[in-house]
Design a protein around this ligand. Structure first.
Ligand SMILES: Cc1ncc(COP(=O)(O)O)c(C=O)c1O
Length: 353
């Protein structure tokens, strides 16, 4: 086969733009060959609870799914009734970037709250988690947190614990969108349990695609007592792959020798390097603390015009067209040289003429 792209071309547009980690591709080769029972009844999928146990402990359930939207939708559906509402940040991926799947596929009402830094607080939750007995409103049933957030910020274990206690106190369960959970774990430097299961999270979407997998994520049920019908829901939402062994083998590769954490630690370090290199340049300011693998700087339009084409990134907020906010994402395969070349171009274009 002829290559149809330039393998040297990188960008800062999205952690989904990256390829797969070589250790993941090697795992796919190991899982290949011979026949295995389909639809998740294979040896690789059977091993997953044991492989995730060092992270989350015993008694969990692990369901491989195709993508992050599916992990979120199936997880939320397993926690809700037809009349349920889901409290989330207005920036939450479930609210902004899933094509309405939680509403259309899941049949749920999202109760979104503005969050300047992407993070909910108990006070913000209380703005929409109200009127539980009012038949005219969707009943708040689940609190959904994204970790790390869409704005590259990270909830501390204490913050998740307080939010989960608050939600549980209101009779709600807690779902976590962990599309970038590895970046949060790397940032916090604590066991992942500390801000998930031990903090009171019931159901977790464990990201893989942004962190070196070809595709696939895991829906991890941390509290099996609160979910219903996950197997059926995964199938009816079209998230059950007949060759599940190839998602499971990739997850195994991520968990082997902490590849998930190695990749995220590197991605975070590249984001920190980029932020440090551009901070303080004329007309440039960070709009959110850089705690994971994303950098969100406000930039003069001239800098965008000089750098966006070559380094590839999206604008996050253009409400001030002359000084938009950009979104720069780093991944497991972003190199120091990539970052330094990008920062040099930003520096050059930000120089007062
Ligand atoms: C916060 C968050 N959640 C979930 C997802 C997963 O989305 P997808 O369905 O594209 O895999 C993403 C991907 O961009 C994301 O950023």
């Amino acid at each position: 086969m002829i290559p149809r792209h330039d393998p040297e071309q990188i960008s800062f547009a999205s952690d989904n733009y990256s390829g797969a980690h070589p250790e993941v591709l090697a795992a796919l080769a190991v899982a290949n060959g011979g026949h295995q029972t389909s639809y998740g009844a294979d040896a690789y999928t059977a091993a997953l609870p044991e492989l995730f146990a060092p992270l989350f402990g015993e008694g969990i359930e692990v369901y491989p799914v195709w993508n992050g939207t599916g992990a979120n939708v199936v997880g939320l559906m397993s926690l809700t009734d037809r009349w349920s509402g889901v409290v989330c940040s207005d920036m939450a991926h479930i609210n902004t970037d899933e094509g309405g799947a939680p509403e259309r596929v899941g049949g749920l009402k999202l109760l979104a709250v503005p969050t300047p830094d992407g993070k909910l607080t108990p006070e913000l939750v209380d703005r929409v988690a109200i009127a539980f007995e009012d038949e005219h409103r969707a009943r708040p049933t689940v609190l959904s947190l994204t970790q790390s957030t869409e704005l590259g910020t990270v909830y501390t274990p204490a913050e998740v614990t307080a939010l989960a206690a608050h939600a549980h106190g209101l009779g709600m369960s807690v779902q976590m969108d962990g599309a970038r959970i590895a970046n949060a774990a790397a940032s916090l430097g604590v066991p992942v349990r500390a801000f998930t299961r031990d903090a009171g999270v019931d159901v977790l979407s464990f990201g893989g695609t942004k962190n070196g997998m070809v595709f696939g994520e895991a829906l991890v049920v941390l509290n099996p007592a609160v979910v219903r019908g996950v197997l059926y829901l995964r199938k009816l939402t079209t998230q059950l792959s007949s060759k599940t062994r190839f998602i499971s083998a990739q997850l195994e590769a991520l968990l082997t020798d902490d590849l998930w954490l190695r990749g995220a630690t590197h991605a975070n370090a590249m984001a920190a390097r980029l932020a440090a290199a551009i901070e303080g340049l004329p007309g440039i300011e960070l709009t959110a603390p850089v705690q994971a693998n994303g950098v969100f700087p406000r930039l003069p339009r001239a800098v965008v015009e000089a750098t966006q084409q070559r380094f590839g990134y999206y604008l996050w907020d253009e409400s001030d067209p002359q000084r938009p906010v950009a979104r720069w994402m780093c991944t497991f395969d972003t190199t120091e040289a990539d970052v330094d070349a990008f920062a040099a171009a930003v520096r050059e274009s930000a120089r007062p003429s």
